[in-house]
Design a protein around this ligand. Structure first.
Ligand SMILES: Nc1nc2c(ncn2[C@@H]2O[C@H](COP(=O)(O)OP(=O)(O)OP(=O)(O)O)[C@@H](O)[C@H]2O)c(=O)[nH]1
Length: 616
């Protein structure tokens, strides 16, 4: 097979499946990416919800703690700036405001009272509005007349806390004047406890509660509380508090998304890509194989059509008759040339057997001759047989055939060819006759006679019977020719031949050597020489007698009329006996010829034996 042959191109290279792989990979990546993005979005939503919930709790706690200042402010206003039993009230209030760890009153900004006093005593006397201890949020509260909250700060008395400052004003309208500040100490992380930030940690979240410095760089974060774990792309919710906003940022400790899930999805995606590429490869391979098979079928069909056309052309122009028979020997196909050979149309032959076209005895002979060949499913060549022309004329054909077998070797029939050799056989017969028969009388000529004489010598040698050879020459034949012409002479010769044949048995041979010379071979006379001589003499006499009968020969006279001439004729016969190869054929003929001349010499119309025979 050459390198460029189609068979080599059927195999599909794997690189052809690459586009399918890449396309599927792109789809898989998109799907995985989207699914991952969706699941991260879901996760962020959940985290945000949690941050919102916890942020709200923080805000509630802060506000509740801050609200502890309101009853005291009300008390101060009610007492017009000089409340009594404030320490007692503050002490009673504190347990009701979770997150509020201390309450302080600072008339004119100077802390005078703080409850509980024991752990907060160092604060007493601190001037929140002036001097080095002044507090930014305190001043803001006074100036804006709104509750402010400091960021969580390190306390003088220890611990971390945010301090809420509520400005208290007395009077209203133009008489309204600043009284001082009521502060609430909101300790960290105590205030956050009821916000249950630990729950976030337990749920696997890192959190960060932070704020910007409202007066400083907004990019600087001040941490209020943290889980201690680093944040990864956190979701942040605002926790509004007085004079500011805290932020609660939350992210899963292990980061967003599920890496194991992502790996499994990626593995699944890769498997689908490989599967898609494999599928593409298989389908494309199948498609190519199918296309190749179809191409080959078309090629073979065309070859078959060409081959069939070739067969039809040959069958059409061939002088031979091409045929097919089924397993029962019935014609299933006959080429058109059967018409010129036997005058049957191909259709007339369908269903017939070849034997139906033969004379019965020929059919039996051919059937027997073919029986073994057909049983062996073997081909046969040049089987000569006689087939009858539609008009009954026997035709000689040479038949050759070859078996038709199916894939299992079962015989389906035969196909073959019949060649008409009738003309050839006729020609051969003519040649044979020219070689062995006298053209005028159709009697054996000298060559055939010599052959038969040889056989007779062998036969008599075995049987011990004598045979006889009679050499005969017509007397005065020439004058007939001369007077009436050769044609009349020929008629006489034909008649002589017939009369001589009638004088002998079928097994004996009458031959013409040419001119008016005839030779007769008598096969088996007797084992006794004398008896044989007598028998031969009797046959010779019989012949003389027969030949002496008048001949009526027809001829056309000078004016064109047919006339009959009566002619009388005699012959001189020389006879000799033989038995076995005592002598040669030539010597025997010579002996008979000599005896014939002796008969001529004796006055013609007589018989003479060879001298050797007479001497016995
Ligand atoms: N019509 C005819 N004549 C033939 C044929 N062959 C030879 N002859 C003639 O036969 C004659 C033979 O004559 P011969 O045997 O020599 O002489 P004959 O007249 O028979 O005389 P005898 O034999 O001596 O009695 C010749 O005239 C030949 O021309 C033949 O085929 N047809």
């Amino acid at each position: 097979m050459s390198a460029g042959s189609p068979e080599n191109n059927v195999k599909l290279p794997w690189r052809k499946a690459m586009p399918s792989f890449l396309l599927t990979a792109a789809i898989a990546v998109t799907v995985i990416w989207r699914s991952e993005a969706e699941s991260i979005a879901d996760e962020r939503q959940v985290a945000e919800r949690m941050a919102v919930t916890h942020g709200a709790a923080i805000r509630r706690n802060i506000e509740r703690a801050l609200s502890a200042t309101y009853p005291l402010a009300a008390l101060v206003r009610q007492a017009n700036g000089t409340p009594a039993n404030v320490e007692q009230l503050a002490g009673e209030l504190l347990p009701f405001y979770a997150g509020a760890s201390a309450l302080a009153l600072a008339p004119d900004g100077i802390v005078r009272i703080i409850v509980p006093e024991a752990e907060n005593a160092p604060v007493i006397g601190t001037d929140l509005l002036h001097g080095p201890t002044r507090d930014k949020e305190a001043i803001r509260a006074r100036d804006t007349a709104t509750l402010t909250l400091t960021p969580p700060v390190q306390l003088v008395q220890g611990g971390v806390a945010a301090i809420g400052r509520l400005p208290v004003h007395l009077g209203s309208g133009p008489d309204r004047k600043f009284w001082g500040l009521i502060s609430v100490l909101i300790r960290f992380p105590d205030v956050l406890q009821s916000a249950d930030l630990d729950h976030l940690k337990a749920e696997g979240y890192a959190y960060h509660l932070w704020r910007n410095d409202p007066d400083g760089d907004f990019r600087v974060h001040h941490t209020i509380a943290t889980s201690g774990d680093p944040l990864i792309d956190p979701v942040s919710v605002a926790v509004p508090i007085p004079n500011g906003t805290w932020m609660l940022s939350v992210s899963p400790v292990d980061g967003w998304g599920d890496p194991l899930n992502l790996v499994m999805k990626s593995a699944l995606g890769l498997s689908i890509c490989i599967l898609a590429a494999g599928l593409h490869h298989s389908i494309e391979s199948l498609r190519r194989e199918r296309a190749e098979v179809e191409r080959r079928i078309e090629l073979r069909t065309r070859e078959l059509a060409r081959s069939e056309q070739r067969f039809r052309d040959i069958a059409h122009i061939s002088a031979d008759w091409i045929w097919e028979v089924d397993a029962e020997g019935r014609y299933t196909f006959a080429s058109a040339s059967v018409r010129s050979l036997l005058d049957y149309s191909p259709e007339e032959l369908l269903g017939k057997t070849p034997f139906e076209l033969m004379p019965p005895d020929e059919a039996a002979r051919v059937s027997a001759a073919l029986a073994e060949t057909v049983a062996a499913r073997a081909p046969f060549r040049d089987l000569e047989n006689i087939v009858l022309h539609k008009n009954g004329t026997p035709m000689v054909t040479l038949t050759s055939g070859t078996p038709i077998l199916d894939d299992e070797g079962k015989l389906l029939g035969y196909r073959g060819v019949d060649r008409d050799i009738t003309a050839r056989r006729k020609l051969e017969e003519q040649i044979r006759q020219l070689a062995f028969l006298d053209t005028l009388t159709q009697l054996p000529n000298r060559r055939l006679f010599t052959d038969r004489l040889n056989q007779a010598l062998a036969l008599t040698g075995r049987s011990a019977c004598y045979g006889a050879l009679l050499f005969m020459d017509l007397d005065r034949f020439k004058p007939l020719n001369d007077e009436h012409g050769h044609a009349v002479g020929d008629l006489l010769l034909l008649e002589v031949a017939e009369r001589l044949k009638r004088c002998v048995r079928e097994a004996d041979t009458v031959a013409r050597f040419g001119g008016d010379e005839f030779v007769v071979l008598i096969g088996a006379l007797a084992t006794d020489r004398a008896v044989s001589l007598a028998h031969a003499a009797a046959i010779a006499q019989d012949m003389l007698e027969s030949l002496s009968q008048p001949y009526h020969l027809r001829k056309r006279n000078d004016v064109g009329n047919d006339i009959t001439i009566e002619h009388h004729c005699s012959a001189s016969i020389g006879v000799t006996l033989f038995r076995g190869h005592e002598t040669t054929v030539e010597a025997l003929l010579q002996r008979a010829d000599t005896a014939m001349y002796r008969a001529k010499a004796a006055g013609r119309n007589t018989v003479r034996f060879a001298e050797s025979d007479e001497a016995v």
